[in-house]
Ligand binder design. Sequence first.
Ligand code: NAD
Length: 424
Amino acid sequence: MVKLDPFANATQQVNDACDVLGIKDKGLREYLATPNKVLRVKIPVRMDNGQIRIFTGFRSQHNNDRGPYKGGIRYFNPEGGVEYMEREVMALSSWMTWKCAIVDIPLGGGKGGVYVNPKTEKLSDGELERITRGFAFKISEIIGPGKDIPAPDVYTTGREMTQIMDTYNKLHGNISTPGVITGKPLSMGGSLARNVATGLGVAYCVREAAKALKLNLKGAKIVLQGFGNASTFAGEYLEKMGSKIIGVSDSKGSISIPSGAKISKLIEFKTKTGSVVGFPGSKKISTEELLTTKCDVLVPAALENQINAKIAQNLKCKIIAEAANGPTLPEADPIIFKKKILVIPDILANSGGVCISYLEWVQNNMGYYWTFDEVANKMEGNITKGFKDAYALANKHKIDMRRATMALAVGRVVEAFNQKGIWP
Ligand code: NAD
């Protein structure tokens, strides 16, 4: 077994939530922690040089008590190898169960992937398509619009989603089933608002957190770590709510802009120069200085494990909105709680993506498509309710938002499980 075990972390979080909810039944705890099914498949592919290469793929179906499994498919090669990837996919499928439950969408948790890195391997389009269709063929029996609905994840895009849908449809007698997968291009039945979903969801969460703290977002100071899809749209929508960006970073470094910078100007500068570093009127600072800048809202939107105990001690923000997955180390949580900083945990803060995925599936199933505003408004409803429910639970039990969010989600799944019972 690999040393660092993401699935053990996911299991620990389920057990913590059970503690909050007073669930003592060991069997129920195990039921909630472990995936219902983990499929591991062999994908033989004829490469461009004529040789056969075997790839390994996974699909973990964690829980479907509230609805069909839902979760991404990643093409990646984590350092721990194939065995580590299996544990990672299992953990990620567990987090999807909780993410869907928090925002109260009728879906469960799944995750999958193929152990391959298309970026470093420079695979041809033909090789990638054969891997994708080979994987889709192997998992086609366990996916479907009422069973398990995959989506894009690390290094997969709308192109791979279209190929999976097409393979599934042809294997099922050429039916048209766009709802078998989400994250499709618009021309293939994708949804409007997908590109802004995560950032917009972060902004909705921040707005609710600010209301809870009676913090006026007009003139509020925002720091963004990372300057990609999630952070630029989060920044743009927070800007529309009256806030200003006073610190930002990307892989080349961090900058402080005390007088504030417009997102559109930062994007323009980055497009021209390749980085936000050097933005006129800014000062280059370290990552630690960026994260500990005095501000109202800190949005970590780059990598995991950024906020450790030392950084937590020095934080000077009022709200942390975790756009990135896992940006805060467990050692930092009690320190942040003590400092009365309101954390919007990743599974709630970045749930905009899965909300829009759900709405894409709904549109596909009814064959009728909504406008951008209709989709965004529906997502707003799910996310604000998720925040309010978690915040109420945190206050009721006097616990931090991370534990409250998990407890809320686990409680919802237990409720569904209890309705159905065990059969066969
Ligand atoms: P992205 O690739 O568009 O952007 C990532 C940004 O992080 C880039 O600007 C990159 O330069 C920056 N970065 C990389 N290394 C850095 C470093 N050491 N310091 C500072 N910045 C660094 O990715 P994204 O889609 O915006 O995703 C960001 C995070 O949000 C990830 O953790 C991802 O899992 C999470 N997330 C994204 C979505 C989504 O729909 N985009 C959904 C859920 C979660």
